[in-house]
Write a protein that binds this ligand. Sequence first.
Ligand SMILES: Nc1ncnc2c1ncn2[C@@H]1O[C@H](COP(=O)(O)OP(=O)(O)OP(=O)(O)O)[C@@H](O)[C@H]1O
Length: 297
Amino acid sequence: MIIVSNIVKKYGNKIALDNASLEVKKGEFVSLIGPNGAGKTTLIRILLTLMKPDKGEVQILGENPFRNKRIFKEIGYVQEIPNYPPFLTGRQVLELSAKIRGVDKSEVKRVLEFVEMENYANNPIIKYSKGMVQRIAIAESLLGNPSILIMDEPNMGIDPIFSLKTRELLNKLKRKDNVSILMTSHELEDVKKLSDRIFMIYKGKIVFTGTVEDMVKKFLGIQVIIETDEIEKTEGVLKGIEYVKGVFDEGNRLIVKLDEDRREELLRDLITNGVKVKGFYIDLNLEEAYMRALGNV
Ligand SMILES: Nc1ncnc2c1ncn2[C@@H]1O[C@H](COP(=O)(O)OP(=O)(O)OP(=O)(O)O)[C@@H](O)[C@H]1O
């Protein structure tokens, strides 16, 4: 749905994108992560044809967006901090946007329902919290039912409760399997819960591509969390297993480091040795993996 191939973009002498490539497949939720100044916004601006790359190509729905502007009917965009006229109501913002896009007015009702803002639609934007403004921005991006959504930091600066609401909404969007989503975010909790795949960008280069699990495995190795009421006994058993590389006691659970993915064997070994395992799952600590990844590049 989106293919970015070997994009180079410089601002004067400063290289913002250095041979960056990325792909979002049909129905996929892809997150683009990276520290401030890594090149995320530049890449999004290029996708939206707001600036031209110095080198490389972009394809959206099989078309070059710089040549075929019609494909923009199929793209919804959520900008980082939407700046709506404060005295317009949420409904008016959407009605205006629908008119500009040539989308039927009935769409306004549909998208307001989708983001659960019908009850606030007649209040002016100035009365909204940041989270509510963001929901209007998501509603706006959904006008006309686009098959591609590009979202720049949709959850930035929102308090935890509204942030949860936005995440619920993003999850609802993810379940629409005909929609392909590209999201930039610093909110790794969202990235972890939502992404089918992650692209990590650093100094304009894509330095990692893969699932959340791939990223954690690559930069942290395999860590398994074991929950049991028999911590001491379990530690004793783990000491005798040669492929266990480390055990961290966290009080009511153990974190076990393996140097390769031998989770099934580990569970079997624990049970054979009489350990009553209450919980057994992979530790997907994306924050730590991300920090490690930054240290490695
Ligand atoms: N208009 C501009 N003129 C000059 N340099 C720019 C311009 N826009 C961005 N840059 C530089 O290009 C690099 C990439 O910036 P970009 O905004 O794409 O990063 P980002 O990953 O989106 O950062 P953030 O997470 O802070 O939004 C940075 O070094 C930035 O300083």
